[in-house]
Design a protein around this ligand. Structure first.
Ligand SMILES: [Zn+2]
Ligand SMILES: [Zn+2]
Length: 97
């Protein structure tokens, strides 16, 4: 099961609910990415598994808004995508699987 956290930037107030690292659920693995174009954090699915086959599908990271956006992996503690200050990790806000 994966867990998301409420991240907050103390400098500009930007918040994002993401896992902040590699994370794994029942049928997929995710990682947190930063989109340099949107200047936002997202969780992206990187591996999809299926129950009836041992194969898994690897998915290149991309911004959910557009595949043309420039994205890279982001890991806590990391910089705010808006202003570059270090983000604080708050409460776990939801579990998913
Ligand atoms: Zn900020
Ligand atoms: Zn984007």
């Amino acid at each position: 099961m994966g867990t998301s956290y409420e991240f907050e930037c103390p400098a500009c107030g930007y918040t994002a609910a993401v896992s902040g690292d590699d994370d794994a659920g029942m049928i997929c693995n995710t990682t947190t990415i930063v989109c340099r174009t949107c200047r936002k954090l997202y969780d992206a699915t990187i591996i999809l598994r299926s129950f009836d086959s041992p194969e898994h599908q690897e998915i290149p990271i991309r911004c959910p808004k557009s595949k043309k956006h420039a994205v890279e992996r982001w890991k806590h503690p990391g910089p705010c995508p808006k202003c570059g200050a270090q983000m604080n990790r708050g409460e776990a806000c939801c579990d998913w699987d």
